[in-house]
Design a protein around this ligand. Structure first.
Ligand code: NAP
Length: 293
C-alpha cells in the first residue's frame, strides 16, 4: 500500500508556484492576486479563508479578504463582485460558501467573471470542462487530478466509482475521470443517496473516490483488493484523544481499508491540502491570462 501524501505533494507544488511567482516579478509583472469574499462569521469558513490566505503568502501571491456582515443584501454583495470583476489588480475571486439563506448562490456564482472564477463553479467553466476545453477546474477535483498524475497512477480503462454528486466535488470529478485525457479515460459510475446496491458497485471499483461527508462510510468489505482509494471527506467528529475535543474524519474507514489498497489518501494530510494548491494553480493561470475565453 502506498500512501498518497498530500502534505509532501502540496509542499512540492507550492515550491514550484513560488518559483513561478518569482519569475513573474523578475519580468516586471506583479504577483498573482486572489481575493476572497467572506460573509458572516462561520468558524469553518473563517478557517478555510485563513488557510487560503496563508498559502498565498507562502508562495508570494497577494491575497485580500473582503468581509461582509451576515445581514449583507444580495444587491450589495453582487455590486462588490462586479467591482472586483472590473479591478485589473485582482486576478481571481472566490466567494466562500455557505452563504446566508437570503442570498442566491447561483446568482453569486454567475456574477463572477468566468476569467476570474478560480473556483471553477461558473457555468461557463463547467461547460468548458465538459467539453475538455481550457478552463478553471474546481479546486478539489483539480487537486485529485494532480495527485493521480504526480503518482503516475494508471487510469485508462479502469472503472472509477465516485460516491457523491455535488457540484463542487462528485459531479466535476466524475466528468474529469471520464474525459479523454490523463488522468481520465475511465468508465465512471456516480453513486448518490438514491443508489441501490451501492456496495456491489464499490466492490467493482479500480478507483474509488469518496465524497459524501459521512465519516467512515466506506468499509473494508466495500473495497476491491488493490483499489486506489481517494478520500475527500472532511467531517469534525467528537474525540477524547484530542485537546480540542474533536478530530477530522474522512469518508473511508482508513484503519481497516488501507491494507487492501494499492494507493490511499490519509485524512487529514491528503486531498484537503491538494485542494488549496488547486486553487493557487488556478490563480496563477488567471494572473498569466493563460486561458483564452
Ligand atoms: P454534499 O454537497 O453534501 O454532497 C454529498 C453527496 O453525497 C450527495 O451527492 C449525496 O447524495 C451523497 N451522499 C450522502 N450520503 C450518502 C449515502 N449514505 N449514500 C450515497 N450517497 C450519499 O457534500 P460535498 O460538498 O460534495 O462534500 C463531501 C465531503 O467532502 C464533505 O465531507 C466535505 O467536507 C468534503 N470536502 C472536502 C474537500 C477537501 O478539500 N478535502 C473539499 C470539499 C468538500 P444526494 O445528491 O442524493 O443527496
Amino acid at each position: 500500500m502506498i500512501l498518497l501524501d498530500g502534505k509532501k505533494l502540496s509542499a512540492e507544488i507550492k515550491s514550484e508556484l513560488a518559483s513561478e511567482t518569482k519569475r513573474l516579478l523578475e519580468s516586471g509583472k506583479r504577483a498573482p492576486h486572489l481575493a476572497a469574499i467572506l460573509v458572516g462569521s462561520n468558524g469553518a469558513s473563517e478557517t478555510y479563508v485563513a488557510s487560503k490566505a496563508k498559502s498565498c503568502g507562502e508562495v508570494g501571491f497577494i491575497s485580500s479578504v473582503i468581509r461582509f456582515d451576515e445581514s449583507v443584501s444580495e444587491k450589495e454583495l453582487l455590486k462588490k463582485i462586479i467591482e472586483i470583476n472590473l479591478d485589473p489588480a485582482i486576478d481571481g475571486l472566490i466567494v466562500q460558501l455557505p452563504l446566508p439563506k437570503h442570498i442566491n448562490v447561483q446568482k453569486v456564482t454567475e456574477t463572477i467573471l468566468p476569467q476570474k472564477d478560480v473556483d471553477g463553479f461558473h457555468p461557463v467553466n463547467v461547460g468548458r470542462m465538459m467539453q475538455n476545453l481550457p478552463c478553471y477546474i474546481p479546486a478539489t477535483p483539480f487537486g485529485i487530478m494532480m495527485m493521480l498524475e504526480r503518482y503516475r497512477i494508471e487510469t485508462s480503462g479502469k472503472h472509477c466509482v465516485v460516491l457523491g454528486r455535488s457540484n463542487i466535488v462528485g459531479m466535476p470529478v466524475s466528468i474529469l475521470m471520464a474525459r479523454n485525457n490523463y488522468p481520465g479515460n475511465c468508465t465512471v459510475t456516480v453513486c448518490h443517496s438514491k443508489t441501490s446496491n451501492l456496495e456491489e458497485i464499490t466492490r467493482q471499483a479500480d478507483l474509488l473516490i469518496a465524497a459524501l461527508g459521512s465519516p467512515g462510510f466506506v468499509k473494508e468489505d466495500m473495497v476491491k483488493e488493490g483499489a486506489v482509494v481517494i478520500d475527500v471527506g472532511i467531517t469534525r467528529v467528537p474525540s477524547k484523544e484530542t485537546k480540542s475535543g474533536f478530530k477530522i474524519s474522512g469518508d473511508v474507514d482508513f484503519d481497516h481499508v488501507a491494507s487492501k489498497c494499492s494507493y490511499i489518501t490519509p485524512v487529514p494530510g491528503g486531498v484537503g491540502l491538494m485542494t488549496i494548491v488547486g486553487l493557487m494553480k488556478n490563480t496563477l493561470t488567471a494572473a498569466k491570462k493563460e486561458i483564452d475565453f
